[in-house]
Design a protein around this ligand. Sequence first.
Ligand SMILES: Cc1ncc(COP(=O)(O)O)c(C=O)c1O
Length: 443
Amino acid sequence: MNQSSPRTITNSFAGQWHPNLWPPFTQITSSKPPKRVLSGNGAMLIRDDGTSIIDAISSWWVTLHGHGDRYIAEAIYHQALELEQVIFADFTHPQAEQLAHRLSKATGLERLFFSDNGSTAVEVAIKLALQWWHNQGEERQHIIAFDGAYHGDTFGAMSVGERNLFNKPFEKLLFPVSRVPWPSTWWNDPNIDEREKQAIKELEFLLEVPTAAVILEPLVQGAGGMAMVRPEFLEKVEKIVHQSKTLLIADEVMVGFGRTGSLFASQRAKLSPDLMCLSKGLTGGFLPMGITMASQKIFDAFLDSNPEKTFWHGHSFTANPLGCAAANASLDLLEKNPNSYLNFESRHLTHLKQLAIHPKVKKVRLAGTIAAFELDTNEKDGYLNTTGKAMKTYALDHNVFIRPLGNVIYLLPPLCITDKQLKHCYKTLHDGLDEINSSRAML
Ligand SMILES: Cc1ncc(COP(=O)(O)O)c(C=O)c1O
């Protein structure tokens, strides 16, 4: 691969807000200007001032194997020389076919529909579920989701997500969805049986109304605060959902591709969803791509001479060959080294146990590569709790990038993170807790 790149680097906006950029999820008036990154290597991001930071949250949970992974980079490079893009109606290509075959085998869902990101993967799943009923002459529009859910920022995805500060301006335009409590749990949680029982009771009650679909994030709600449920709860959910002949949508956008210790979280939770949403780690985090997997049963209801039964949905970049090449390369890496995700939990465990005894730490939880806990503060728990910010600043000063969700602190590193780097992340969190502890001003 030719190493020379035609890149020109200017430093004029280092340490300032760029006058033409509009950053995501950022209130500029109360945030610090972004740090400038020039390159990435494994778990590290290398800044324009020469310092390196450990990317302890895999750049919004996408970077699966590590930054700059050569195997994936070269797969994209070679594919770009062959075919960079082709319209995916009227045409197909080998990378898409290979990926479809592999993901069908891995998920047990026979059909694969491409889109561009996690939100569109969810939009497609919702539309497929609604039209599946419509195509069979039954108008079911009732959808059930869970409290605290986050499924993306497009309108359908916002509708099934929790109503909160992020979607308040659009609230009246979001379609109504019924909600069930999400019985998240943590180490030494004394009341979990009771909370799960209550959630199941409420789900059973809601399912008495004919329902098109139930959507959930298997095992871990991500943006909702790394809120983890027990696999046995999800097994019960699946049983009653399928008993009521309702479709089950597993949103594996965050938890897919080894993040919770099995290739898909649905496998660890023993779920057989009818539809599954994938993105983020799908391409190893190299390129944006979304996929909605569907069972053959779903697909069959769209086969008809009546054009109204067709799924009239598609995106310009459907099955982009570069994205497919990256995804196939990423699957190669997971297949070659399954221990990278199967054994990750044990890598967290010793460190997390030590952290768990800190007086400022509560509600510790762990699933595969995702370790989380909450800061015990005087403020109300939740996204607007400001104490996580002090931890974020402290960690960055010690070259670790975290992005707390309110007072929820979590690590979700790339699989390639070294033991030394992981140890440094935990030491930084521990020291940060001490620092915050001794400084009332920070709380
Ligand atoms: C569970 C889940 N679903 C959907 C999305 C939306 O994905 P995207 O940001 O790629 O649109 C996210 C993003 O964080 C997510 O965590």
